[in-house]
Design a protein around this ligand. Structure first.
Ligand SMILES: Cc1cc2nc3c(=O)[nH]c(=O)nc-3n(C[C@H](O)[C@H](O)[C@H](O)COP(=O)(O)OP(=O)(O)OC[C@H]3O[C@@H](n4cnc5c(N)ncnc54)[C@H](O)[C@@H]3O)c2cc1C
Length: 385
């Protein structure tokens, strides 16, 4: 039996789900709000773990293509203190394939392959249990019904309210992201500082991480503890600035960040001095134990189900869940089988995601901590010798 399946969102979760179903010759409707694949910058590089994201790609039959595209050398990690002393300088062995990096845009294109995504189809609401199945309402006023609607629409999911009243809350840690282009030619000193992978500097309640993407592109993340509305009175951060900050004013944001990280070694501050644009991204999470009573016809994957702090797990987990749900759906023959398959998947997902949500919440406390040695200790706990 061919079930009518829709997945909302063409991120890592939704695309992996659709690609694995496609591999099993099961039709799937992919509905994405963005008008085109490249409508927004795709975001920074992702490390895909052997037992998570890479496992999912294996289920999609895409592991060899991933290996050809990915950057194993991007696993390298250097940690400095705020004075510039190198505390750790870790390089992967030449054959190390545990967590190779891939640009998000490359991963998206790899997963898209033959999929026929319906772009520009923002969903506003899902109503489960109508006579003809789960009803999807779109921003343009249209509506459609399906046997199963999978919400893979990220942190601010419009599908989630069909199963749960939970909403994301602010962690107390915010982030400003900037980037540098053509770093090897334009900023060779910074290119050397960053190396093939990442450089991280941990201070009191703040840190700065620069991560190499392909093509000489570098993403820089400044993270710090702050009230959500810190920019309405920058002096709250003791940065010596009293005015409110216009987050769209590139030079004003740069000055505030330079004040916030004042006294840090000059090459690290150069990452902020040369950053091109600045995006404010406060970290939100769903409750660690987020679960819901099973609702026939609707389920969630990835950030829509369990938004966590960004500690290198979210996309990996989203992809594995997508692959696992797709395999279960493809194997389910009758309507009762489909519902049972989804119910069993949800139980497995919530147990695993709950463990990882706890781990990443504790990790964020250590990475942005009053005691910067906590971040170093976390690195030593997780990094292979
Ligand atoms: C700075 C940062 C660094 C990170 N680094 C890593 C990392 O190294 N490794 C890792 O594993 N994870 C990382 N993460 C986490 C990772 O980005 C997310 O967990 C992952 O993107 C979740 O995938 P998803 O498919 O569930 O959701 P998303 O990637 O958010 O995709 C959701 C999709 O749904 C679409 N959508 C949204 N609303 C609607 C709607 N109403 N209708 C239709 N479509 C809609 C969106 O346009 C989007 O395409 C990082 C996160 C951040 C912020």
């Amino acid at each position: 039996m061919r079930h009518r399946i829709a997945v909302i969102g063409a991120g890592p979760a939704g695309l992996t789900f659709a690609r694995v179903l496609h591999r099993h010759d099961h039709p799937v409707t992919v509905l994405e709000r963005d008008p085109a694949p490249d409508a927004r910058p795709p975001g920074g590089t992702l490390d895909l773990h052997e037992g998570l994201g890479q496992l999912a790609l294996g289920k999609a039959g895409l592991l060899a293509e991933f290996q050809a595209l990915s950057r194993p050398e991007g696993q390298a990690m250097r940690i400095l203190d705020v004075d510039g002393t190198v505390l750790r300088d870790w390089h992967p062995r030449p054959d190390e394939r545990a967590n190779p990096e891939i640009d998000r845009g490359q991963l998206r294109d790899l997963l898209l392959g033959p999929l026929d995504v319906q772009w520009g189809r923002g969903v506003t609401e899902v109503v489960p249990g109508t006579r003809d199945g789960a009803l999807v309402r779109f921003a343009d006023g249209r509506q459609e019904t399906f046997d199963l609607v999978v919400g893979a629409d990220g942190a601010w999911s419009r599908v989630r309210p069909a199963v749960s009243s939970a909403t994301p809350h602010y962690t107390g840690v915010t982030m400003i992201e900037t980037s540098l282009d053509d770093v090897d030619t334009r900023h060779p000193d910074l290119a050397q500082l960053i190396g093939d992978g990442s450089v991280a500097v941990y201070g009191v309640n703040r840190n700065l991480v620069a991560q190499r993407n392909s093509g000489g592109h570098v993403k820089v993340y400044a993270q710090f503890r702050a009230p959500l509305d810190w920019h309405t009175n920058v002096d709250r951060l003791n940065a010596g600035l009293e005015a409110s900050l216009d987050l769209t004013d590139v030079e004003a944001v740069r000055s505030s960040l330079l004040a916030l990280f004042r006294g840090w070694t000059a090459p690290v501050l150069d990452l902020l001095r040369h950053g091109t644009a600045f995006a404010h991204r406060p970290h939100y999470v769903l409750p660690v134990s987020h679960t819901w009573a099973h609702v026939p016809g609707v389920t969630l994957l990835g950030d829509a189900a369990h938004l966590m702090p960004p500690l290198g797990v979210g996309a990996n987990l989203a992809m594995l869940e997508g692959a696992e749900l797709a395999e279960s759906v493809a194997a389910a023959l009758g309507p009762g089988d489909l519902d049972e398959a989804v119910r069993a998947f949800e139980e497995r997902m919530s147990a695993r995601a709950g463990r990882l949500a706890k781990m990443t919440a504790a990790g964020l406390e250590r990475l942005v901590s009053p005691d910067p040695t906590q971040a170093l200790a976390l690195f030593d706990d997780v990094q292979p010798a």
